[in-house]
Design a protein around this ligand. Structure first.
Ligand code: HEC
Length: 130
């Protein structure tokens, strides 16, 4: 008879533990943010190498991740925009530069719109370049 209260206590304790673990899993906003950003950076890295963005069998990485052209590395580029662009004749954002490049250097027939999550993912990827 004395075992019952103990068993009940053990059950309660186990339930509390499970409850705490579940709550921690659901409510860790920092982890959700890290996961979302890691996924976006990965998608951005893939976009950087994606020849389907254009029509000339090139990708952004053809020029911008080329050991023979270190001067074209995009390391640090996220800190250099917005800035004045000669051709546009005005200050442009980094995403506007992406669109310009997609048009000119990849000969795209149709460009990704500004604000497309794919461009945002590319920004995240480029910000992480070391
Ligand atoms: C054929 C080679 C080539 C390809 C392909 C290419 N670029 Fe470029 N990119 C350049 C050159 C050359 C410059 C420097 C001249 C200029 O700013 O237009 C440049 C400049 C840039 C800049 C500004 C860099 C800075 O530090 O100021 C960004 C950002 C950029 N490119 C992004 C891209 C993206 C994104 C793609 C793919 C959609 C891409 N480029 C495809 C050759 C290329």
């Amino acid at each position: 008879m004395t075992r019952r209260p103990l068993a009940a206590l053990a059950l309660l304790a186990a339930a509390a533990l499970v409850g705490t673990a579940l709550a921690a899993q659901e409510e860790d906003p920092a982890k959700s943010a890290r996961d979302a950003e890691a996924a976006a950076a990965k998608a951005g890295a893939a976009l950087f190498r994606d020849e389907a963005l254009g029509t000339n069998e090139r990708s952004c990485s053809t020029c911008h991740d080329n050991p023979k052209k270190p001067e074209l590395s995009l390391r640090g580029v996220t800190t250099r925009f917005p800035r004045y662009d000669e051709d546009a004749g005005r200050v442009i954002t980094l995403q506007e530069k992406f669109v310009q490049m997609q048009e000119r250097s990849l000969k795209a027939r149709k460009t990704l719109p500004l604000g497309d999550p794919k461009w945002t993912a590319l920004e995240l990827h480029l910000r992480g370049l070391k």
